[in-house]
Design a protein around this ligand. Structure first.
Ligand code: IMP
Length: 202
């Protein structure tokens, strides 16, 4: 059977493929379906966006599909930037501008608690929809540090660490990140002893 990963991002594909291995399941990606329309991520929640992305592939291709949606949630900002993480400082996506805006919004704010969250959705041609999430708790620093990674990495210090994600090598980040936790949860819940075909019945 075939499972389509709803992304064209080669880094995400590699990360997902390295964690999820299933006997008898061929992992495909959105790259294998060039005619699929781009999905507008206009949901109010990570869950809504992840399900929308997976479902668009299941509906178009008639296959199982898995999609992710992630972002940064800052406690003192009531969960912002959340689903708007990519475009926090407006269009086009600008990571530096997003980081400057975040530092500005938190100016004088002693509560720096934040977390990265990833939601993974799995949809099937039988109409089934499954969701897991992964969280990486941490805090927002007072200045940007490091030049690895992307997005808010120069500002985010995971719990138990003194360095930002951007000061870590990708191997270390990928062990503790929200995506790693979500993929581990998916692996255990969906692809452990069972397989997706068995799940369809349950
Ligand atoms: P996506 O859903 O994985 O594309 O993430 C949406 C946005 O959240 C990105 O454009 C980043 O701004 C932010 N983001 C998600 N994951 C990370 C991460 O691991 N590090 C830094 N920023 C991230």
């Amino acid at each position: 059977m075939q499972l389509v990963l709803a992304t064209r991002n080669p880094h995400k594909l590699e990360e997902i493929r390295s964690i999820i291995r299933m006997n008898g399941v061929e992992l495909l990606s959105a790259l294998d379906f060039p005619d699929l329309p781009d999905v507008v991520e206009d949901g109010d929640t990570f869950e809504a966006n992840a399900v929308k992305k997976a479902k668009s592939i299941t509906d178009a291709a008639g296959l199982w599909a898995m999609a992710d949606d992630s972002g940064l949630e800052v406690e003192a900002l009531d969960g912002a930037p959340g689903v708007y993480s990519a475009r926090y400082a407006g269009e086009p996506v600008d990571y530096d501008a997003n980081n400057r805006k975040l530092l500005c919004e938190l100016d004088g704010q002693p509560n720096r608690n934040a977390r990265f969250r990833t939601v993974l959705a799995l949809t099937g041609p039988d109409g089934s929809v499954r969701i897991v999430e992964g969280i990486c708790p941490g805090r927002i620093g007072f200045e940007e540090k490091g030049d690895h990674g992307f997005g808010y990495d120069p500002l985010f210090i995971p719990d138990g660490e003194t360095r930002t994600f951007a000061e870590m090598d990708s191997e270390k980040k990928n062990r503790i990140s929200h995506r790693a936790h979500a993929l581990a949860a998916a692996s255990a819940a969906w692809f452990g002893d069972t397989n997706v075909l068995t799940m369809a019945a349950g």
